[in-house]
Design a protein around this ligand. Structure first.
Ligand SMILES: C[S@@+](CC[C@H](N)C(=O)[O-])C[C@H]1O[C@@H](n2cnc3c(N)ncnc32)[C@H](O)[C@@H]1O
Length: 462
């Protein structure tokens, strides 16, 4: 007897509708520039709007601003799991085609959920994904690993059958994973359901690629079924949220995600017609590389913003359930560029980076908040280390393309992209081109005055 009246049939029908919608949404590919239009925004500024694929040989002038409309955020494996400040796939796809050739080696040193690497694979390029975040590396591995054959659908069916047989009374208390504030984050019903889901996955297959895809499908529902706000990068429980969490919610949401993610990984796997690879090293940091000189043909990345997203905290619940973390997150945060984990001994004096524009703002922040001033300085210092490593490891005449926005720190406009352009010159890069992309949709919810509106794309040449 099933404990909850869950209908796998109904869930499959719901997923089938989503798949149909996705399949009917064809790739937007134009050769005649008919998807490129000049428009005027609400402030009377001229923007170039591009719908879908960006023409490879698009002419760009310095400072030009684009409104790029993405249609591919859930195509291939891109739609698997949320990730803060994900690239929309058309951007790295275009940069890869414009600045590299098949079989080249491409690097993303702040790879996050591996959007660049998925696009590199689809364009027959090899690539390296570097990230210091354990969750990012795990997600990147799943999203870039093709799965072929019937085994995945068989495992999915086995898991779905087990979900229907869920009986909370069969789960012992000591089987529920233990982590800080667990019972504030989740209701008892949801804890039992998630434990059953995890156990069902672990028992259903020995194939690690399939197991990891299923675990990431579990991870992708965790925030939604928790008591925390699932539209905010910070993991917080809000009193006024009025979230509706009911028994069987985790089981049904997971079943839906598992079916959708196996469809996505199939679509991705079937679109690969080559033996290109993605390497995800365990030990590299964007600032400290083990790669030899003159190694990469192109690097594309979007680094974190200074003092904006706390990645370990964003994914803390997911990491607890995946067994990637179990207690304090401070150690995990230390390696993050833009981190707020800094020592008082460092911030009780003013540090200058050596760029007059940046130093003027850092001084102003220092008068208001010494700690924030040091965080801003350290961000630029770490980005300098990162640019030096890219300069060393890129082949001569190759490009490092950085996509980065501005943000506000203590009310001061911190124009990272301008400071990085100035600093890149000291390292030996030449700024070949720079242009803006208006941000219209991001999984990012920070206070209004700190919203980031334009990403700047800086093309640096070695
Ligand atoms: C804006 S996100 C990248 C998102 C990515 N473009 C995508 O499409 O998913 C920035 C990433 O930089 C990573 N990061 C922060 N500090 C790092 C470091 N020192 N070395 C490598 N990666 C780092 C963060 O973990 C985060 O995943």
């Amino acid at each position: 007897m099933a404990y909850y009246p869950i209908s796998i049939q109904e869930i499959k029908q719901k997923v089938a509708k989503k798949k149909l919608f996705r399949q009917s949404n064809q790739l937007f590919s134009y050769s005649d520039f008919s998807n490129v239009k000049e428009i005027t925004n609400e402030f009377g500024e001229t923007l170039t709007r591009i719908d879908g694929e960006i023409p490879v040989d698009l002419k760009i002038s310095d400072g030009q601003r684009f409104l790029l409309i993405s249609y591919d955020q859930s195509r291939y494996s891109h739609g698997i799991h949320k990730y803060p400040a994900k690239f929309f796939p058309e951007l790295p796809r275009w940069l890869i085609k414009r600045y590299s050739k098949p079989n080249d080696l491409i690097l993303d040193p702040f790879a996050g959920s591996a959007t660049t690497n998925i696009e590199a694979l689809l364009s027959k390029r090899n690539s390296v994904a570097i990230d210091v975040d354990l969750f990012a590396k795990y997600l990147a591995k799943v999203k870039t690993t093709p799965i072929y054959g019937k085994e995945l659908s068989e495992v999915v069916e086995t898991i779905l059958k087990k979900l229907v047989l869920f009986n909370p009374n069969e789960i012992k208390n000591d089987e529920i994973p233990d982590f800080p504030y667990r019972d504030n984050w989740f209701t008892k019903d949801i804890l039992l359901e998630l434990t059953h889901i995890k156990q069902s996955i672990l028992k259903s297959t020995d194939n690690n690629d399939i197991k990891d895809l299923c675990l990431i499908s579990m991870s992708s529902v965790i925030r939604a079924v928790s008591n925390a706000d699932d539209n905010c990068t910070r993991t917080v429980v809000r009193k006024r949220l009025n979230k509706e969490i009911y028994p069987s919610f985790a089981l049904t949401k997971f079943a839906e995600n598992l079916l959708l993610n196996s469809f996505r990984i199939n679509e991705f796997s079937n679109s690969l017609h080559n033996s290109s690879f993605v390497e995800i090293p365990t030990d590299n940091d964007a600032r400290y590389f083990t790669y030899p000189d003159n190694h990469f043909d192109l690097a594309i990345t979007s680094p974190p913003y200074a003092n904006a997203v706390d990645y370990p905290r964003t994914h803390q619940l997911e990491m607890y359930w995946l067994g990637l973390a179990n207690g304090s997150l401070s150690k995990l945060k230390e390696k993050h560029v833009g981190t707020e984990v800094v020592k008082a001994a460092d911030y009780n004096q003013l540090h200058r980076i050596g760029d007059s524009d940046a130093d003027r703002i850092i001084e102003r922040i220092y008068k208001l908040d010494q700690r924030r001033a040091y965080i801003a300085y350290k961000y630029l210092y770490d980005m300098m280390l990162n640019m030096k490593e890219k300069h060393r490891t890129l082949k001569p005449n190759s490009r490092y393309i950085i996509v980065v926005g501005n943000n506000k720190i203590k009310g001061e406009l911190f124009e990272s992209w301008k400071y990085l352009m100035n600093l890149s010159d000291r390292i030996g890069f030449k700024v070949e081109n720079y242009f803006g992309s208006e941000i219209i949709k991001h999984f990012i919810k920070v206070p209004r005055e700190e919203r980031i509106n334009t990403d700047w794309i800086i093309v640096l040449k070695k």
